[in-house]
Design a protein. Sequence first.
Length: 217
Amino acid sequence: MSSHETGSTLAQYSTRWWARGIGKVLIATTLSVLLVYLPLRAFSQRYRLLYDSVEGVNCLPYSLFLIDLRDREVHRGDYAAFFTTQLEPFYRLEPEVIRELADGRDQRVVVDQRGVMIDGVFRGVAVIKEVAGVPGDHVVVNEKGVQVNGAHRGVLLHAAEGGKLWALGRRAPDFLRDERVPPGHFWMMGTHERSYDSRYWGYITDEQIVGRAIPLW
């Protein structure tokens, strides 16, 4: 075989080797997109991680939750993430914090411990509580405590302390009730006695629910 033929054979072999190498890279890249990027993208569109630390104490047995944005149909006993402006004057966000929450985010729904942004609009403080009462449930709040369908769920602890009630411009009798949970509303409570929840600020609506909260830790 002449040197010319040998050089031509080597060139063809090198071209095939290079082509096979490029093909392997393309296959590996495609597999990476299919196996890693697409699932991560789908996960990020549906779920949010939220560390809940309202009041500086754990109002629930867990602190870290996975929020399922596509599951807003919650039931009694579920944990649910929701947004609210009813927690003022105790838990309020300054305008610069709201701007920081929105800056640099292209997600339709942004949820973290500072608040909730939906389509770039600040909706309120982000909170996680247990769904203690659903539409039709019987809620009683009196001097003996809080009952849902006859089951004791806590007391009006802050009524004894006074501070939070007075800061709200309200008195203990303002919180007493004996009624059914209205349609489209939920009675939310924490498991800690010091939880600031529906016994003080009332119901939330189904429109406020961001998603079911799955406890992780």
